[in-house]
Design a protein around this ligand. Structure first.
Ligand code: XMP
Length: 225
């Protein structure tokens, strides 16, 4: 129920940093996988990063927030999969026709989990994304992906996404550095919470990750009563 966002800080060797975080956190009970974003993929290359996770069977998510025509997203996807990623995040606002339909078909062929962004966790997401959330949810419904991203920072929005999309996995960022607390998104319908800096910038990432999982379990046991 915890996905760790591995966004290397400046002034570190990013491959070394990601390898160290991965080996420190991979066997923490409750850690379901890792998410790597654009800065690290640009700097290190997908192949080098994929190699770090080669003997891991948890989620290895490429968070490039794809938003292109279908054929180009498929080209990107194929490279990510060859490199070893087993899940990708794409934006839903590009729509279905000649965009997410193609990406989704290729994901199914390759056995890759597709995760669509319903709306985002930062405050600016209310300016546009939340105001067209019905339409974005409709795109998600038509594509029927493995997962969606919905914010831990706006729990009413998260709850709405869960209600409208009862069977999709919800991945929820915004915990810690962006202000939300561990477990609250899970209590409102998320399946996974994505946490980055609160873990990776701490003195003891392993201990903090384990304590976040403990907080998640404690909150869930209370809210499910
Ligand atoms: P922190 O350090 O804030 O990291 O815990 C959060 C991670 O999640 C990503 N992020 C998002 N990804 N939709 C996404 O697809 C979102 O709304 C969103 N908000 C944060 C962010 O890139 C970082 O890796």
């Amino acid at each position: 129920m915890l996905i760790v966002a591995l966004d290397p800080p400046p002034n570190v060797d990013p491959v070394e940093w990601i390898s160290k975080m991965f080996s420190t956190l991979r066997d923490v009970d409750g850690v379901a996988g890792f998410k790597i974003g654009l800065p690290a993929i640009i700097e290190c290359g997908a192949k080098v990063l994929g190699n770090v996770f080669r003997d891991y069977d948890g989620l290895v998510i490429a968070d490039l927030k794809l938003a292109d025509i279908g054929d180009v997203m498929v080209l990107t996807l194929e490279r990510l999969v060859r490199a070893g990623f087993n899940a990708v995040i794409a934006h839903s606002f590009v729509g279905v026709s000649n965009a997410l339909d193609k990406l989704s078909r290729r994901c199914r062929e390759l056995g890759v989990r597709l995760v669509l962004v319903a709306t985002m966790s930062h405050p600016g997401a209310v300016e546009v994304m939340d105001s067209v959330l019905d339409k974005l949810i409709n795109v998600v419904r038509r594509i029927d992906p493995w997962g969606v991203v919905a914010p831990a920072t706006r729990l009413d929005v998260l709850e709405r996404v869960r209600k409208e999309l009862p069977s999709v996995k919800i991945l929820s960022p915004g915990i810690g550095a962006q202000g939300a607390e561990p477990g609250d998104a899970l209590c409102r319908g998320a399946d996974y919470e994505i946490v980055g800096r609160a873990i990776t910038r701490s003195e003891n990432p392993r201990e903090v990750a384990a304590s976040i999982v403990a907080m998640q379990r404690e909150k869930l046991s209370r809210c499910r009563k």
